[in-house]
Design a protein around this ligand. Structure first.
Ligand SMILES: [Zn+2]
Length: 339
């Protein structure tokens, strides 16, 4: 069965393509982090290799099992998070990664019936790598399925985008998420409500947070630090920018998530300014948010939201991370909340 949740609009379309054997050679899976892109990609790899026949993957045959265990010879995941133990974090999907995987694509499938190549974080592909991939997208070999996963499709070449069929994964509605966490993951109503709000509809994040208390603890600590930095002087801000840059080299994804947390905090400030408090994502911080909002003008808040978005873009396009983060901290409007 499909493991991906809440994406019926996509599954319907895929099921019908699978049954008619009219699947595209390449798909672009777009959606925010933890919304289920990799789950869907692996499910699709199962669907085209399942020995029970095309359609919904059975999840039980040797093909389906080996794929989900990451042991299937014809299903390859290429991304920057795959790295050698103890090695540095990679920042781009390079030409050699793409060439190597495309070489495999030109061979006959080894143990299954279809080779599947999944590019995780396709927006960080180098230009050379993207161009090499483009050639294959233009003339795809038979029995190959290419899946590009991205949270930021603007980071991809338009020529690449035009050669893939686009599937957009949508965040889950809050009520649906609460129901799922309670029914399938034994969450209490209170925890389910809280995680549903914090996860912004991304099931993977909510389940991680449920299974690992450290996820929520880290989030509380990150938020405390954000509040502190908003009130700090230039020296502390620069230290913070350096800390973030170092963290970015170790772990790009967690650093970007932290910047998204900043973004949500500042969006809450806009909502308060606009008199739409009921939509804030940090209702338990409402007193603090109100105090901070009174000290800022709407253009100041909007300006900083823009700066945050520009920083995220710069990090995706491999700009100098330290410089980008320092500039961001310079743009942070100062406030004084605690006395
Ligand atoms: Zn199967």
């Amino acid at each position: 069965m499909w493991q991906v949740y809440g994406q019926e609009h996509i599954l319907k379309q895929l099921e019908s393509s699978l049954k008619q054997e009219r699947l595209a050679h390449a798909y672009l899976l777009v959606g925010p982090p933890h919304v289920g892109k990799m789950t869907l990609a692996l499910n699709l790899a199962q669907a085209v290799n399942c020995v029970q026949g095309v359609g919904v993957p059975c999840g039980e045959c040797s093909q389906c099992v080996r794929i989900v265990q990451g042991r299937h010879a014809d299903v390859r995941v290429v991304g920057v998070t795959q790295r050698e133990e103890g090695g540095p974090t990679r920042t781009v999907i390079g030409i050699s990664d793409v060439k190597e995987s495309l070489h495999q694509a030109n061979l006959k499938p080894f143990e299954g019936s279809c080779t599947v190549i999944i590019f995780d974080g396709a927006e960080v592909m180098s230009i050379e790598a993207a161009n090499a991939l483009l050639k294959t997208l233009e003339e795809p070999p038979p029995q190959v399925l290419i899946l590009l996963l991205t949270a930021n499709e603007e980071g991809l070449l338009s020529t690449t985008l035009s050669r893939c069929r686009r599937l957009e994964l949508l965040p889950l509605a809050k009520e649906q998420m609460v129901k799922k966490l309670m029914a399938e993951h034994a969450a209490s109503a209170e925890i389910a409500e809280r995680l549903a709000l914090l996860s912004r509809g991304c099931v993977g994040w909510a389940i991680n947070a449920l299974n690992d208390p450290q996820v929520l603890e880290q989030r509380v600590a990150d938020l405390e630090q954000i509040k502190e930095i908003c009130e700090s002087g230039l020296h502390e801000r620069f230290n913070y920018a350096n800390e973030l840059a170092a963290r970015f080299f170790r772990d790009r994804e967690s650093t970007k998530e932290l910047l998204y947390l900043w973004l949500r905090w500042w969006r809450d400030l806009i909502l308060i300014k606009e008199g739409a408090e009921e939509y804030v994502q940090h209702p338990d911080e409402i007193t603090h948010l109100r105090l901070q909002a009174t000290q800022l003008t709407t253009p100041q808040i909007v300006g900083f939201v823009k700066a945050l978005n520009q920083t995220l873009e710069a990090l995706d396009s491999n700009a100098n991370a330290r410089l980008a983060l320092e500039v961001l901290m310079l743009n942070l409007p100062g406030v004084k909340i605690r006395v």
